[in-house]
Design a protein around this ligand. Structure first.
Ligand SMILES: Nc1ncnc2c1ncn2[C@@H]1O[C@H](COP(=O)(O)OP(=O)(O)O)[C@@H](O)[C@H]1O
Ligand SMILES: [Mg+2]
Length: 275
């Protein structure tokens, strides 16, 4: 793995929970990311958006250190990608929860056992496992359905179980890669509200979606990627009223002129916008 020789000249902020320093990512025959540069503070809610193929999943894979930069540096909770070795990966992964578009629950066991499994593999004690299951299933509103099999749940419920599973070991960062992609708009909103609640309790949430309509209603940080580059990074200082905005705007529809990708492409990166 190559590290940018200029690595010490720029602001790779050691206090950031996630830091990208001029990152390129090249798959075998495909350049996926170019010069990706941003910091995420502890407790932030970041929405990553852009069209399919823009590089969203690649950015999340770099955060999970499931991929490594071809150029530049990624730092997650003080661990540098360039200095990472196999022994340190489990340490990092314990601090990160994952949620995917396709839920990825284990189909052969019920809700409770899906959550227990995740804890058994990292060596949590039996007593603690029971407490954690109750805590996270209550948080996502599915404690009553803990004995159901995944196929006995709706898509939205399966995603809530997946979120509970991601949160069961109390990670510092929750990565959600298009978690609303397979859901209808109302269910999608419930999932986003749940992610906001998780963020309110202190977890840094990194959420991706290709749905620009969803993003426009966010009062939080929005990073827009296109063709492997960041074209917009808007950090709002004052949060908007999350509850009022989202469902409203999803159904009211929005001015198509405001959704043109060309409009965002000209906005300088790291611009701060007052909500
Ligand atoms: N494992 C891979 N090997 C080669 N190219 C890949 C791989 N994964 C993704 N890509 C390519 O990298 C680019 C970014 O992909 P991705 O990060 O999955 O975008 P998004 O999540 O925004 O749809 C795309 O051009 C995609 O085809
Ligand atoms: Mg993707």
């Amino acid at each position: 793995m190559k590290t940018d020789k200029n690595i010490n000249q720029g602001p790779l902020d050691a206090r950031a929970v996630i830091g990208f320093y001029h990152v390129d990512l090249q798959y075998k025959d495909q350049k996926a990311l170019s010069n990706i540069h941003f910091n995420v503070d502890n407790g932030e809610f970041v929405c990553l958006t852009g069209p399919s193929g823009a590089g969203k999943s690649s950015i999340l894979r770099l955060i999970a250190m499931d991929a490594f930069p071809t150029k530049g540096e990624v730092m997650v909770r003080g661990l540098m990608a360039s200095k990472m070795n196999r022994a340190k990966v489990p340490q990092l992964r314990r601090e990160i929860g994952f949620v995917f578009q396709d839920f990825r629950l284990l189909a052969d066991r019920n809700v409770e056992d899906n959550l227990k499994f995740t804890q058994l593999v990292v060596g949590v004690s039996r007593g603690q496992i029971i407490k954690n299951v109750m805590r996270v299933l209550t948080q996502v509103g599915l404690y009553d359905k803990r004995h159901r099999m995944p196929h006995e749940l709706s898509g939205g419920e399966q995603q809530r179980v997946a979120i509970a599973r991601a949160m069961v070991n109390s990670p510092k960062i929750l990565l959600a890669d298009e978690p609303t992609g397979n859901l209808d708009p109302v269910t999608a909103q419930e999932i986003i509200d749940l992610l906001f609640r998780i963020n309110d309790s202190g977890t840094c949430v990194f959420f991706s979606t290709h749905d620009h309509q969803i993003v426009k209603t966010f009062g939080q940080r929005v990073i827009v990627v296109n063709d492997g580059r960041i074209v917009l990074d808007v950090k709002r200082r004052a949060p908007v009223d999350r509850k009022a905005s989202l469902a409203d705007q999803m159904y009211r529809g929005t001015d198509p002129a405001q959704t043109k990708p060309t409009q965002v492409a000209n906005v300088p990166i790291q611009e701060s916008v007052h909500a």
